[in-house]
Design a protein. Structure first.
Length: 114
């Protein structure tokens, strides 16, 4: 059974940091690109960051570039999103995604207070 199980998230003050993680099971994780998306209330889901197999290609949206870092540990079948210098505009539910077959994590709420 394919699963993407997220952990992390929570409430943080402006300027703070959080790391969220996504643990995969049921498929050959190391061969696949993994994305992080976020969705704020009333808005469409937005691609935040992506990492290819072996981390050879990493991309960020302009809104998080320089503040967020995506990484992967294939031995642990885990992808991380380290978020720093957070602002209230980063408040959203964050989802990990394996795009080749459309797998999604359950989501993690990140709330940044002003």
């Amino acid at each position: 059974q394919v699963r993407l199980v997220q952990s992390g998230g929570g409430l943080v003050q402006t300027g703070g940091s959080l790391t969220i993680s996504c643990v995969a099971s049921g498929f050959a994780f190391s061969f696949y690109t993994v994305n992080w998306y976020r969705q704020a209330p009333g808005e469409e889901r937005q691609l935040v960051a992506s990492i290819s197999p072996e981390g050879s290609d990493i991309n960020y949206s302009d809104s998080v570039k320089g503040r967020f870092t995506i990484s992967r540990d294939d031995a642990k079948k885990t992808v991380y999103l380290q978020m720093t210098n957070l602002t209230p505009e980063d408040t959203a539910v964050y989802y990990c995604n394996e795009p080749a077959r459309g797998f999604w994590g359950q989501g993690a709420q990140v709330t940044v207070s002003s």
